[in-house]
Design a protein around this ligand. Structure first.
Ligand SMILES: Cc1cc2nc3c(=O)[nH]c(=O)nc-3n(C[C@H](O)[C@H](O)[C@H](O)COP(=O)(O)O)c2cc1C
Length: 192
């Protein structure tokens, strides 16, 4: 099985990366392949609502030729998409939001003269987040938005792991969080 992790943290050694490590280790232990793409290192322009993508039902069709093209193909090819992000202002970080906007239009051919297909229909999507507030108040709006996006796009929402960052002077990672991350990977592997 092929897992694509889209990583929305700008911090290579940050909390989200630390939480992702035991998750990926568990995937590997179970023989699942995975690739992590760091979105801050990619060129992903915001959607400009030109709707050029709506005229092409066979692929992305986006008028902006940047790294979102390769990511579009990569998302279509994977078995499980994992959106890993720190919560910024109650949602994902800007490059992930820009990519989601590009995909909500480029993947879903709903917005042209006639309603077309959702090219990514049936894809499983999970999320791993870290946040400063308790997850019920820090990650709830992101999860609600992602669930709505999945329903709208005919994706299969597979769940979220959210862990709290207690402050910059407190070490983020501990054994309990590592256990949660490994258990989340095991759950996702078990569902297939
Ligand atoms: C600009 C900014 C905005 C943030 N907004 C929120 C927020 O709305 N809710 C929340 O719970 N935490 C918020 N946080 C805290 C981060 O989500 C938290 O520190 C996270 O663990 C950082 O992950 P990283 O080390 O991978 O960057 C914010 C942090 C930053 C830098």
């Amino acid at each position: 099985m092929d897992v694509l992790v889209l990583m929305g943290s700008p911090r290579r050694n940050g909390n989200t990366a630390a939480l992702l490590a035991p998750f990926c280790a568990e995937l590997a232990r179970r023989g699942w392949g995975h690739e992590t793409v760091w979105l801050y290192e990619k060129a992903i322009a915001p959607c400009t609502a030109c709707r050029t993508c709506q005229k092409d039902w066979s692929g992305f069709g986006c008028a902006t030729h940047d790294d979102a093209y390769a990511l579009f193909d990569r998302v279509l090819a994977c078995d499980l998409l994992v959106l890993a992000t720190p919560i910024y202002s109650w949602y994902c970080t800007p490059p992930m939001k820009a990519l989601l906007d590009r995909f909500v239009y480029g993947m879903n051919k709903y917005y042209g003269a006639e309603k077309g297909p959702a090219l990514w229909a049936g894809k499983r999507v999970a999320s791993i987040v870290t946040c400063g507030y308790p997850p019920k108040k820090g990650a709830d709006l992101w999860e609600a938005g992602l669930k709505r996006c999945c329903k709208h796009s005919r994706l299969v929402y597979a769940g979220m792991l959210a862990e709290r960052h207690m402050g910059y002077d407190v070490p983020f990672m501990d054994e309990e969080k590592a256990r949660h991350a490994a258990a989340f990977a095991a759950k996702l592997c078990g569902e297939k």
